[in-house]
Structure formats: C-alpha cells, structure tokens
Design a protein around this ligand. Structure first.
Ligand code: BGC
Ligand code: ZN
Length: 365
C-alpha cells in the first residue's frame, strides 16, 4: 500500500513509499486494532521534518512515514480488544512508551528519557497511509457526530493537555482563579486553545500577525467569543496595558522570540505555557534582568507542554463536543485545505509550507 514518507534530515525528501499492509496479528496479545485511514492532518512539525530539521526514521529504515494526526474507521480488532469495534471512528495517540516510570504508568507524554517514540515523527512510522495497526492501548474513540472534525482530535489533545497542565501546576496558588488569557498564534493550536479557554469561561484575547479584516482565523476566534488582535495594530505589551495583564498565556506561534516576549506581559502569579516545536537555531536578545526580576517578584511560572496521552485525547474530544454544542459549525471552519489521495503528496506539502492562508491542511485518503 502507498504511504507518504520522507528521508529524515534530508530537506524536501517527501515522496511515496510502497509499504506492507499491516494486520491485527502484528500486535501481541490479541490487542491489535486495524484502522482504515479517513483523514490525516499535517502541521508545522511535518513541515519541519520535511525541511530536514526534525524527526528520525525507525531503526533499520531510511525513510519515515509521516502523519501523526490520525482519523479513521476501525476495520478489524484482535480477540482481546474491548475498547472499540469495527465501524467505530477512532484515532491513535502519537507517543509510545519508553522505559521510564512515566512511560510505565501511561504518561509517555511526560517521559523522563531523552529518546521519545512518536508515530510519524520520531523512530516510528506514522499514519499517512491506507491502513494503520496499533495496540488498543493507544486507540481513542471519536463519536460519530464529531466525524466531520475528527481529524482535529490530535491537536485538540495537545491543547487539552497544555491547559490541564497549567491548571494542575497552578494548584500551587491555592485559590488561583484566572480571569484573562492571551493565546498567541491563530493556527489550529491557537484556535482550539481559544475555544477551550472560552468554554472554561475566561476572557480570551487571541493574538496573531495577520490583519483582522477578511481573516478567517479572526472570524473563528471571534465566533468562539474571543477578541482577535493583530499584532500589526497592537503589540502584546500595549494590549496588556489596555485590557490588563493575562493570568494565563498559551504560546502557540512556532516562534521562539514570541515565547520570550510573552514572559514580559504575564500577570502576577500567572503561568505561561509554551507549546511551539522550534527545530531551528534562532537567537534573540531578551531583557534578562527585567524578566528575571519580575518573574521572581511575581511568583510566575513558565511551563513547557508537549504531546498528550489517551486521557488528553479523550478530554480534547470532550472539548470538541462541547464546542459543537456552544459554537455550532465553527470548529469545522478550521479545516480549510483538504487534499484528496496519497498520490497528491506534493500538493499536501506545498499547501502546508507555501500557502500562508491555509489554516489546516489535511489529506483525505
Ligand atoms: C505533535 C506532538 C508531538 C510533538 C513533538 C507535535 O507536532 O502534535 O504529538 O509530541 O510534535 O514531536
Ligand atoms: Zn502535531
């Protein structure tokens, strides 16, 4: 069967590979789930992998099948699978356990080992192919009523984890009750985080570069009840002065400079969550004394958050469902750029890398 793959560390190597169709028997203990792929999303991580900046192939292979944002339908399950059955809509989580205590307890998203195993990213093949098999331990059911946005399950899991981590960490404050959030970036992570924080009742300001007028991303953020602020009109600092400093900042711009700039506007006792994967080597100057001083005097917290485990996927899907109830028909507007058929891998990558207006690029298989 066909698969979209790259030669990691080799720029622009995306190509079609012919690989063997997997089977439920590939997974030990009768725990195999065979998924027929429906739609697989791509994101900035895939772009970085194809640029040669990030990712590694499985040992023994010189190629890596891309695709970590999966959505499909169960075709067959092994005899020891109770979680899902044929005909269920599902996705698979991304990371697989290594050997640390966190991996053992189902928190491979928090592994304490340097090496991490991620489908379609690092050391494991991904889902940009016709069929995928994996253990039922890593499968997540998606309600039929969400099948039109099922391909957003993985990005939703990343946001759900980032927000949950922030709230868990802020238990340190004993009475933390955040009122205002800044979400930096209006890509899929920025918009889904905007939705989730609005569902939690926060005043949300979504900041991104593009002008507000005629901008779908602004329209979506505002439909979720957030304000959209173009940083071309108002800087992060000016906004904080105008509306008040945010208690929570979710940084999802993919730009490390902005991750540091965020540290200059956070409210006392607040938390900044960094979620961008920045494989480059950008260097910037920061007002180190100022940030250091304010950080100490303000008891502020900087949190990195990556990936998501099965529970974060389930939480992300709950948010997607509540989002549909509260803001019907809005989330699907994120799905701007479908590409049909694995043969069109070049178009998939072109849209992802070159088309700045493409909010979400994904492949219908
Ligand atoms: C994926 C995560 C992954 C991270 C780091 C992101 O694009 O969505 O699941 O953990 O990249 O590789
Ligand atoms: Zn991703």
């Amino acid at each position: 069967m066909k698969a979209i793959a790259v030669h990691p560390r080799q720029p622009n190597s995306v190509h079609l590979e012919e690989i063997e169709k997997p089977s439920v028997e590939d997974i030990p203990g009768g725990r195999g789930v065979l998924m027929k792929s429906i739609s697989i999303g791509v994101d900035a991580t895939d772009a970085e992998i194809n640029e040669g900046l990030y990712g590694n192939p499985p040992p023994g292979d010189d190629f890596l099948v891309l695709g970590h944002e999966s959505f499909g339908i169960v075709e067959e399950v092994g005899p020891a699978v109770t979680e899902v059955e044929p005909g269920d809509y599902v996705c698979f989580t991304v990371r697989r356990p290594g050997g640390s205590i966190y991996d053992v307890i189902g928190r491979s998203d928090m592994t304490s080992e340097e090496t991490y195993y991620e489908r379609g990213i690092n050391l494991l093949h991904g889902c940009l192919t016709e069929y995928v098999v994996d253990s039922a331990d890593f499968v997540v059911r998606i309600p039929k009523t969400l099948k039109h946005i099922g391909v957003l399950s993985e990005p939703a899991s990343v946001c759900a984890k980032a927000i949950e981590e922030a709230y868990l960490a802020q238990k340190r404050m004993q009475v933390w009750n955040p009122k205002r959030a800044f979400v930096l970036g209006s890509g899929q992570i920025g918009l889904l985080a905007t939705m989730m924080l609005r569902l939690k009742g926060l005043e949300v300001h979504t900041l991104a570069r593009s002008p507000r007028e005629g901008n779908l991303k602004a329209e979506i953020a505002e439909a979720y009840g957030a304000t959209y602020v173009s940083t071309k009109d108002v800087t992060m600092q000016d906004l904080a002065q105008k509306v008040g400093r945010p208690d929570l900042i979710i940084e999802a711009t993919g730009h490390s400079g902005l991750a540091f700039e965020a540290m200059e506007v956070l409210n006392l006792n607040g938390v900044v969550v960094w979620t961008s994967i920045t494989g480059g080597d950008r260097k910037i100057e920061v007002p180190a004394d100022k940030i250091n001083l304010e950080w100490v005097l303000g008891n502020k917290l900087l949190l990195g958050s990556v990936n998501g485990n099965v529970d974060h996927f389930k939480l992300g899907i709950k948010y997607l469902a509540l989002g549909e109830a509260m803001y019907p028909g809005i989330t699907e507007k994120i799905l701007t750029n479908p590409v049909n058929g694995l043969d069109n891998y070049a178009e998939l990558m072109r849209l992802l890398v070159e088309d700045k207006s493409a909010l979400k690029v994904y492949m219908n298989i």
